[in-house]
Design a protein around this ligand. Structure first.
Ligand SMILES: *Cc1c(COP(=O)(O)O)cnc(C)c1O
Length: 371
């Protein structure tokens, strides 16, 4: 018998030796926190985002929180978002003292149902906070038409859609606030980190003060604090990693698309899985997520796949069912589509360093597990 194959995880970052050397150089340079590498990283990100101002942060969550503050969202304001996302999306709304208003998802895209989002607008609604789940962009044309009709701000939670596009334009190159995450599992990583693309009416200097203790330094060396800021700056060590990753963004996204195509071509329809939208135009394939047949035992499926040496993730349990949100009045049955997707979704391995053979291995294990 041949030795068992190593465990195939759901994701793994691709960090090349050149990037590791660049990180080492920063560590030896004597300047390791925010400095020239962060500025170079921000410039490179801005380049991708059509020249718009971009500021780097130490997490995607921090970019969302600061975006809400810059959009003047606070107590008494409502922000409309989706329950089918990483809980950070809604937590930041609570963090700034505003009220999260959840609406159900479209069962096909699994993103926020924009018709229901518009129906949920009230005089207190201040912003829309859509999420591009698995890297599939929310329809930007419809989104901004709604925002314009009701004079709402938009904070795009594009944590998962860096490298994706809408109408041929990179996500981040258009729209209002756009927030990216560079957490270890995202398509581009700085270990932990994020970036915020700023709209034209927001002063990047104010964004910088919100990012770091509100500190404003004058040319003569004096300083003042005129606004409350957090501690959200990225380090040069992380930025050097980000610069190394950016050089390969196109390659990473193309590889993810090729692997997703292979999943579509190889997963047998008779297994009864509901596959994601086969979008090779906009999506960056941050995750590949089939839904198990209704009534399946997902725990047993995950355990069986683990036996096969295949890691399986769950992204996400709908956040309104977490204790914190139940305590705010949300309850089961409120968002049936999000609850159905959340109960059946599984995340298959997908990352740029995977081989075609790895996809075939996952598909063979699916066949054995589901038949
Ligand atoms: C990862 C993620 C975040 C938060 O990003 P962090 O960098 O982990 O703070 C927010 N929203 C979504 C949809 C995410 O996937």
């Amino acid at each position: 018998m041949s030795p068992p194959l190593p465990m195939l995880p759901i994701t793994r970052p691709s960090i090349d030796e050149e990037t590791i050397a660049a990180v080492g150089e920063v560590l030896r340079s004597g300047w390791i926190t925010s400095g020239p590498k962060v500025q170079a990283f921000e410039a490179a990100l801005s380049n991708i985002c059509g020249g718009r101002p971009v500021r780097a942060f130490n997490s995607g969550t921090a970019t969302l929180e600061v975006a809400l503050r810059l959009a003047d969202v606070g107590p008494g304001d409502e922000v409309i978002t989706t329950p089918l996302t990483w809980v950070a999306t809604a937590n930041v709304i609570l963090e700034v003292g505003a009220t999260p208003v959840l609406v159900d998802v479209d069962p096909v895209t699994r993103n926020i149902d924009l018709e229901q989002a518009e129906a949920a607008v009230t005089p207190r609604t201040r912003a829309l906070l859509p999420v591009d789940l698995a890297g599939l962009p929310v329809d930007r044309d419809r989104l901004y038409a709604i925002a314009a009709r009701h004079r709402l701000r938009v904070v795009e939670d594009a944590a998962q859609s860096f490298g994706a596009a809408w109408n041929g334009q990179p996500i981040g190159s258009m729209g209002d606030f756009v927030s990216f995450s560079f957490h270890a599992n995202k398509n581009l990583t700085t270990c932990e980190g994020g970036a915020l693309v700023l709209p034209h009416d927001i002063d990047p200097g104010l964004c910088e003060r919100r990012r770091l203790q509100g500190v404003k330094r004058a040319a003569d060396g004096t300083m003042d604090v005129d606004v409350l800021g957090g501690k959200f700056n990225l380090t040069d060590v992380a930025a050097a990693l980000g610069l190394g990753q950016l050089r390969r963004l196109r390659e990473f996204t193309e590889r993810r698309r090729a692997l997703a195509r292979r999943y579509f071509a190889t997963i047998e329809p008779t297994l009864g899985l509901t596959l994601p939208v086969a979008d090779f135009h906009h999506c960056n394939w941050h995750m590949f997520q089939p839904l198990l047949p209704a009534g399946s035992d997902r725990g047993a499926f995950i355990a069986a796949m683990k036996e096969e040496g295949i890691g399986i993730g769950v992204h996400y349990p709908p956040l309104h069912l977490f204790s914190l949100y139940r305590g705010l009045g949300f309850h089961a049955g409120q968002f049936p589509q999000a609850e159905d997707v959340g109960a059946r979704t599984v995340t298959l391995p997908l990352f740029p360093a995977m081989s075609d053979g790895d996809v075939d291995r996952v598909c063979a294990a699916l066949r054995r597990t589901l038949t």
